[in-house]
Ligand binder design. Structure first.
Ligand SMILES: CC(C)=CCC/C(C)=C/CC/C(C)=C/CC/C(C)=C/COC[C@H](O)COP(=O)(O)O
Ligand SMILES: CC(C)=CCC/C(C)=C/CC/C(C)=C/CC/C(C)=C/COP(=O)(O)OP(=O)(O)O
Ligand SMILES: [Mg+2]
Length: 283
C-alpha cells in the first residue's frame, strides 16, 4: 500500500470532520460565554485540546473496535489494512498527549473537564459502550461538554449550559439510532447495546422522545432573550431536519443518523449566528 494511502488512513481514523466540529463547539461555548479578544490564547488552546481529544477518541475507538468493524465497517482504515492496530494505538497516544499539552495553560476548571473527558474517551469502548444506553450517554455528555469546556477556558464554565444540554440530548438520540444501525456487528461481539436489550423499535421511540425534549428546549435561547430571530431562523429548520430524520429512522437508520448529523451541524451554526447577531456582528 502506498505511503499516501497509509497517511490518508491515519487522517481518516481521526474523523477530521468530527474533530474540527467539536473544536467549533468549544469555540462557540467560549464565544457564547462572553470571550473577548483578550481571551484569544486560552480559546485557541481549548479548541486545540478539543480537536486533539476528539481525534484521539475516534482513533482509540477504532483501535478497540477493530474486530467489530470487520463486520460493521470493513471499509474503515484498520479493517481495510491502511493502518495497523499498533500504528493506531501509538497515534492515539500522540493525540491524547497533544490534548493534554494544549490544556495545560487553561484554568483549573477547564483542565478538570479535559481530564474527565480524556479518561472517559479511553474507557468508553472497553467499559461503557457495551452497557445498554450507558455508552450513548457518555458520548452525548462528552459532546455537550465541549460547550462547558469553552466557557471554562475563559472562566465562565456554565456560560453555554443550555447549548451544552441541547447538544447532549441530540447526540444521545443519534447515538441510539447508530446503535440500531450497528446491531448486527454489536450482536456478534456480544455487546449489550440498547437496541439489543430493549429492541430496535423501543430504542427509536426513546430516541425520539429525547429529541422532542431537545427540540422543545431549543426555543429557550430565543425565549429568554439570549438569541434573536437570526437564531430562530436557523434552529427551526435544524429542528425540522432532525424530527424528519428520527421519523425516517424506523425504516432507514443509516440515512436517519446521517440526516440527524446534518441537522445537528445546522443547529451548531444557529448557535454561532445567534450569538454573533446578539453582539451586532451578524444580521
Ligand atoms: C435540538 C438542538 C438545537 C440540538 C443541538 C444539536 C447540536 C448543536 C449538536 C452538536 C453536534 C456536533 C456538531 C458534534 C460535533 C462532532 C462530535 C464530537 C460528534 C460526536 O459524535 C460521536 C459519534 O459517535 C461519531 O460517529 P460518526 O459521526 O458516525 O463518525
Ligand atoms: C473537551 C475535550 C477535552 C474533549 C471532548 C471530546 C469530545 C467532543 C468527544 C465527543 C465524542 C467522541 C468523539 C467519542 C469518541 C468515541 C466514539 C467515536 C464513539 C462512538 O463510537 P461507536 O459507538 O463505536 O460508533 P462508531 O464507531 O460506529 O461511530
Ligand atoms: Mg466504533
Amino acid at each position: 500500500m502506498s505511503l499516501g494511502a497509509r497517511a490518508r488512513g491515519f487522517v481518516e481514523l481521526t474523523r477530521p470532520g468530527n474533530a474540527v466540529a467539536a473544536g467549533v463547539l468549544t469555540f462557540t461555548g467560549a464565544f457564547v460565554a462572553g470571550a473577548s479578544l483578550g481571551d484569544t490564547l486560552v480559546v485557541v488552546a481549548a479548541v486545540l485540546a478539543t480537536v486533539f481529544a476528539t481525534g484521539a477518541g475516534n482513533v482509540v475507538n477504532d483501535y478497540f473496535d477493530r474486530d467489530i468493524d470487520r463486520v460493521n465497517r470493513p471499509d474503515r482504515p484498520i479493517p481495510r489494512g491502511a493502518v495497523t492496530p499498533a500504528g493506531a494505538k501509538w497515534f492515539s497516544v500522540a493525540l491524547f498527549g497533544g490534548a493534554i499539552v494544549s490544556a495545560l495553560i487553561l484554568p483549573l476548571t477547564a483542565i478538570a473537564i479535559a481530564v474527565v473527558n480524556l479518561v472517559a474517551l479511553l474507557a468508553y469502548t472497553e467499559f461503557f459502550k457495551g452497557l445498554p444506553g450507558v455508552g450513548n450517554v457518555v458520548v452525548a455528555a462528552l459532546t455537550g461538554s465541549t460547550f462547558l469546556f469553552g466557557g471554562a477556558a475563559i472562566g465562565n464554565p456554565l456560560g453555554a449550559l443550555v447549548l451544552c444540554l441541547l447538544a447532549a440530548l441530540a447526540t444521545l438520540t443519534r447515538e441510539i439510532v447508530k446503535d440500531v444501525e450497528d446491531i448486527a456487528g454489536d450482536k456478534k461481539e456480544g455487546l449489550r447495546t440498547l437496541p439489543i436489550v430493549v429492541g430496535e423499535q423501543t430504542s427509536l421511540f426513546l430516541g425520539g422522545a429525547v429529541l422532542l425534549v431537545a427540540v422543545a428546549a431549543s426555543a429557550v435561547p430565543f425565549l429568554n432573550g439570549a438569541f434573536g430571530v437570526a437564531y430562530l431562523g436557523l434552529v427551526v429548520p435544524a429542528d425540522i431536519v432532525m424530527l424528519v430524520a428520527i421519523a425516517q429512522s424506523f425504516d432507514d437508520p443509516p440515512l436517519a443518523q446521517r440526516r440527524l448529523k446534518h441537522g445537528m451541524f445546522l443547529a451548531a451554526f444557529a448557535f454561532i449566528v445567534g450569538r454573533a447577531a446578539s453582539l451586532g456582528v451578524a444580521p
